[in-house]
Each structure stands twice: as C-alpha cells, then as structure tokens.
Design a protein around this ligand. Structure first.
Ligand code: AMP
Ligand code: MN
Ligand code: MN
Ligand code: MN
Length: 287
C-alpha cells in the first residue's frame, strides 16, 4: 500500500455513535464511493462504533485504522485529541472514555435549564430525539433541535447565539486531562494527534504550551489539513508540523451530508514535504 503524503486518507469523522447523522456502515460506503484510500471513524469520547466501522470498511475493500476524538480541558479551553491505530478493547482506554462521557447527561440537563430561561422549553427531551447514543448527548444534538424548531436557521447560528461561552445554553465542563487522553491512546498502542489546532484561538504562547506538553506526554501528531482549517491554516500548521517534527494528519471532520461543509475524502492532499501520520500506522491498518 502506498503510504506517501498523497494518499487519500480521511482520519476524522463522526457517526451516530457520537454526533454524526450517518451510521458507521453508511460512512464506510460514502468514504469508499468518494475514493478514500484509508479511513478512520473518530467518534467523540467513544469506541463503541469501531468494530462496526472496521467490518463495514472491510466489506467495502477500504483499509481502516481505529479512531476516537477525546475531549480535553487545557488552559481553560476545550481541546480535542484524536487517537488512531489503538486497540479498541484496551481496558484503560475504554474506562477512561467512559469516565469522560460520564458528565454529559447532567451537563445536558443544565444546558436545557439555561435555554428554558430564555423561553426555549423541552430542549433536553428535544435533543434526545437526535441522539444515537444517550451517553454522548452533545451540543450538536441541541443545535439540531433548535434548528428544527425554528429558533435558528442553521447549526452554526445556534452555536453563536446559544451554545458558546457566555450564551444561555453554555455550561462549562471538565473533560479529560491532556496527560490522561494522550496516555490512554498511547497505552493502547495508538498515536495521539492534536485535532484542528486552528480552532482554539490560542495565543502563540498557549499554542506552544499545548504542543510541548502534548509531546511531553507522548503525543506525536497534528492535524494539518482538516475541514476546520482555512487554506492559510493548512500552510501554517504544515510549518508547525515541520518545526516540531510532528506527524501530519488529514481528516474532513465530516458529521452530516446536510451540515458539513467538507465531505469525506474531499480535502486537498497533505503538502508533500510532511511525514504523514499513516507512515507510523502501517502495521495497524486493517484490510
Ligand atoms: P460537545 O462535545 O457537546 O461540547 O459538542 C462539541 C461539538 O459541537 C463539536 O464536536 C462539533 O461537532 C460541534 N461544534 C462546536 N462548535 C461548533 C460551531 N461553531 N458550529 C457548528 N458545530 C460546532
Ligand atoms: Mn462533533
Ligand atoms: Mn473536534
Ligand atoms: Mn471531530
């Protein structure tokens, strides 16, 4: 298998097991049809979809690596860490993810209480209608409910008006630590990757702290080409990957055919001078 930077790898997307709208099987079929050559399903804080994704990928003739995206609290902000190529049955990883998911229900009830105060009733029950996995109730499910009920035109508008810091439906939450998230992934034989670094609005000093602490815990990769980055950010984070000698990743962060701007497999290729994360995953790829 060709493992050079021009591989059409898509190593970041979500199914109904977290906050995507397609099943792992439908995603595998969509990825294969789009010409994806290496795929990972990376549901938030959960690996329950991994065996389904692997089997569906195999049925499509699509090479697969295991994946997840862990929610981390770092420097007062939420950072996402993608894990790739780990053993999905690893006990410490499974327990750690379970603990990370644990606070979501109480948080969701508080979010609904905040929304009720501005006149939006029944948001918890409403969001639950969109949830495939009750342990993974997320802001995305609230956003879908608010759009369907005419409160906003689309999901990004809901985030802007209701679900981000300072807005009525926002509830601060303590997620996993950076050390734990990277430790669970690497302990299970996987590679940890900083997801969409351009999204965090960190100062250069904060970003430097994130990268160096992440690497200090054993993290090795960074997303360069992602659905969350602008073209300028592809260039910026390609330089970051070179500067810190990090493995570069590529992933659409696809959630839904109607909500996601970038489809599976549709991003530009990684810049050729980078070392792709899949070069370190050769023995974890399942055919
Ligand atoms: P949660 O884990 O419940 O905090 O939800 C986070 C999820 O919300 C992310 O994984 C994205 O899918 C989605 N999200 C976050 N910010 C935005 C935004 N500004 N517009 C649309 N979706 C967003
Ligand atoms: Mn999401
Ligand atoms: Mn993310
Ligand atoms: Mn994601």
């Amino acid at each position: 298998m060709n493992l050079d930077p021009t591989l059409n790898a898509d190593l970041h997307c979500h199914s109904v097991v977290s906050d995507g709208t397609l099943t792992p099987e439908a995603l595998a079929a969509r990825a294969a049809a789009a010409g994806v050559e290496l795929w990972a399903l990376t549901d938030h804080d959960e690996v329950a979809g991994q065996l389904r994704a692997r089997d569906a990928a195999r049925a499509q003739g699509l090479p697969y690596v295991t994946g997840t995206e862990i929610s981390v609290s770092f420097a007062g902000r939420v950072v996402h860490i993608v894990g790739l190529g780990f053993d999905p049955l690893d006990e410490a990883l499974v327990q750690g993810l379970r603990a990370t998911r644990g606070g979501r229900e109480a948080r969701a009830r508080e979010m609904a209480a905040g929304l009720a105060q501005v006149g939006i009733k029944g948001a918890y029950e409403g969001a639950l209608h969109y949830v495939g996995n009750p342990e993974l109730i997320s802001r995305t499910h609230f956003a879908r409910f608010l759009v369907e009920h005419g409160h906003c035109a689309d999901v990004p508008e809901v985030f802007r008006r209701y679900l981000t810091e300072g807005k009525p439906g926002f509830v601060p939450h303590k997620w996993a630590s950076l050390r734990d998230a990277v430790g669970w992934i690497t302990g299970a034989g996987g590679v940890a990757v900083i997801a969409h670094p351009g999204r965090y609005d960190f100062t250069p000093t904060e970003e430097y702290a994130l990268i160096t602490e992440f690497m200090g815990h054993g993290g090795r990769g960074i997303e360069v080409v992602t659905g969350s980055h602008t073209t300028a950010e592809y260039v910026k984070y390609a330089e970051t990957a070179l500067e810190f000698d990090l493995l570069a990743s590529r992933g659409s962060d696809f959630h839904s055919p109607t909500e996601s701007r970038i489809d599976l497999g549709a991003l530009p290729m990684l810049p050729g001078k980078l070392t792709p994360v899949w070069s370190a995953l050769a023995d974890r790829i399942q055919h």
